[in-house]
Design a protein around this ligand. Structure first.
Ligand code: ATP
Ligand code: MG
Length: 555
């Protein structure tokens, strides 16, 4: 029902028109990352958008590495990108492509342009090319090499390929219009000399195609119909169209631009993440404070939560920034019925039930998720000595404090009513042990006689509890001051990571494995860390706390 009332985004409208008019019989989209870093949440939007459109219109989705710039590209990134896309659930089936596989064809298309008089070899230096290009208000001037003959251009271009020239000595340029109001059309460079080893083609090539020439050809070769990219390429579209037209592709693709996804006060750009990694500020590309896809996965986000997030963001032509709280909302929504709710004490203090038999352990029933009965229940050990959260006790409580204080009765979740009788302290006045008595008639946490308690607190049995580390996160950027300092450096939040080493968990968590997620009652959603957790020394990442200030915008 709901889906029928949601209006189609502008890309869907374009596709439906193209299909209705027969411009394309079947659509084909692609995701074309440059393997020069890890993917981030913004890329997830592009991946899910392209994959989602192919699915919705029963078309094809291609995975293509845009590996035309060997300087920054690495095999490590190719592998991480594939893993991230698979994890998101975007399935390219057998359509995995590399732009570098088309180098020979691209070369042939460049030759074709030369033969048509549409491209020429230019000897101007990079500085001269810039000078000749003109400005936004002034037209450029023609290169003195612009009128070389086809024969001369063919010979020189071949020599470029053969390695006769140094980097920067010669380039191949498209011959378009140096007076165009669009600077991208002023005889753009389409091939450059670069004596570099490519991670796939090795030393086979010493000339490499430029993005604006290579990308439309890659799309056209693969039969892509809708080449979806972000807004900064809008001014490049006339050049995209020029390339596919002059190379004479039949049924050429069209470029469509949409706005990038930005998160308020969160670093997304590869460049910045790379700097944080290289400066050792974070623990690698998948540090759970980052929003790379690998980091989100390690933190405990699910593909479904990211899908929900991307859908809520929508597709638009106007740049805007989305609050991180919306991403948190999505993971809470996704996990709240899926995860069992376990007891874990993050900041423990001992509680002794003085009238409970010594050396006795009983196993109490605890429902795994009150909102989802299908998750069943489990047994939790209870004994004379427990741990509770330090903040659940106050010797001298303020008004409206309903948890433990001397003389007050509270419910131990799923266990018993207990009444606090006092506490012990060390020489510095820190509480070391809390004492209480329990009412055996209140087993299960149920009132035996209708008397009410206002507070319910969680606990773990000291004897059976397992010790574990929990890591709590805040935004890596100090939100109150904006992303950058005046000197351009990032405004880091010193509290972005808190490590709690002495947490106590109920023993049912002892077999938790990497990526398993749980709700720790009252403390939030936690996920077993895939790097550092060991069977006898578990480490959990807090995915998100339970409280939210985020409200879903009204449709
Ligand atoms: P960044 O500079 O953020 O690292 P990029 O554009 O250099 O990103 P590419 O590997 O070139 O990264 O991008 C692959 C695809 O992902 C492109 O189609 C690009 O438009 C898209 N993309 C990149 N960043 C975003 C974003 N923030 N939101 C949506 N799509 C994005
Ligand atoms: Mg890029």
């Amino acid at each position: 029902m709901e889906n029928e009332t949601v209006s189609k985004n502008f890309i869907e409208q374009i596709i439906e028109k193209d299909l209705a008019e027969g411009t394309y019989k079947e659509i084909c989209t692609r995701f074309p990352p440059e393997p020069n870093g890890y993917l981030h949440i913004g890329h997830a939007k592009s991946i899910l958008l392209n994959y989602g459109l192919a699915q919705k219109y029963h078309g094809r989705f291609n995975m293509r590495f845009d590996d035309t710039n060997p300087t920054k590209e690495k095999v490590e990134f190719v592998e991480s990108i594939k893993e991230d896309i698979q994890w998101l659930g975007a399935d390219w089936e057998d359509r995995l492509y590399f732009a570098s596989d088309y180098f020979e064809q691209m070369y042939e298309y460049a030759v074709k342009l030369i033969k048509k008089g549409k491209a020429y070899v230019c000897d101007l230096s990079p500085e001269e090319i810039r000078e000749y290009r003109g400005t936004l208000t002034e037209p450029g001037k023609n290169s003195p090499y612009r009128e070389r003959t086809v024969e001369e251009n063919l010979k020189l271009f071949e020599e470029m390929r053969e390695g006769k020239y140094q980097d920067g000595e010669k380039v191949l340029r498209a011959k378009i219009d140096m007076a165009s109001s669009n600077i991208n059309m002023r005889d753009p460079i389409i091939y450059r000399v670069a004596h570099m080893t490519h991670h796939r083609t090795g030393d086979k090539w010493c000339i490499y195609p430029m993005y604006d020439f290579a990308h439309p050809i890659e799309d056209a070769i693969e039969g892509v119909t809708h080449s979806i990219c972000t807004l900064e390429f809008e001014d490049h579209r006339p050049l995209y169209d020029w390339v596919v037209r002059e190379c004479e592709f039949e049924n050429p693709p069209k470029q469509i631009e949409f706005a990038k996804l930005y998160l308020t006060n969160v670093v997304t750009g590869k460049r910045y993440i790379k700097k944080l990694v290289e400066d050792g500020i974070v623990d690698g590309w998948d540090d759970p404070r980052l929003v790379s896809i690998a980091a989100l996965r390690r933190r405990g986000f699910t593909p479904d939560s990211i899908k929900m997030f991307v859908e809520l963001c929508g597709v638009s032509k106007a740049n805007s920034s989305v609050d991180y709280a919306m991403l948190e909302y999505c993971i809470r929504e996704d996990l709240k019925l899926k995860c069992p709710r376990m007891m874990a004490v993050l900041n423990p203090v001992k509680l002794v039930i003085d009238n409970y038999p010594e050396n006795e352990t009983e196993y109490l029933d605890a429902p795994n998720n009150l909102e989802n009965e299908a998750l069943g229940s489990r047994k939790v050990p209870f004994g004379r000595e427990l741990y509770i959260e330090r903040e659940d006790f106050m010797e001298e409580p303020p008004k409206k404090y309903f948890r433990m204080f001397p003389g007050n009765e509270v419910r131990l979740m799923n266990a018993y009513f207990v009444t606090c009788t006092g506490c012990e302290k060390d020489e510095n006045g820190n509480v070391t042990v809390i004492h209480a008595t329990y009412d055996p008639a209140s087993k299960g946490g149920n009132s035996p006689d209708g008397r009410k308690v206002k507070g319910t607190i969680h606990w773990v049995s000291a004897k059976e509890a397992i010790q574990a580390e929990c890591r709590l996160y805040e935004n890596i950027i100090d939100e109150t001051k904006g992303v950058y300092n005046e000197d351009g450096s990032l405004n880091l939040n010193p509290n972005s990571l808190t490590v709690l080493k002495d947490c106590f968990l109920e023993p049912n968590l002892k077999d938790a494995k990497a990526y398993d997620s749980f709700q720790f009652v009252r403390n939030g959603f936690f996920c077993v860390d895939s790097h550092d957790s060991k069977p006898d020394a578990l480490v959990f990442n807090r995915i998100v706390s339970l409280k939210s200030s985020f409200k879903l915008p009204k449709a």
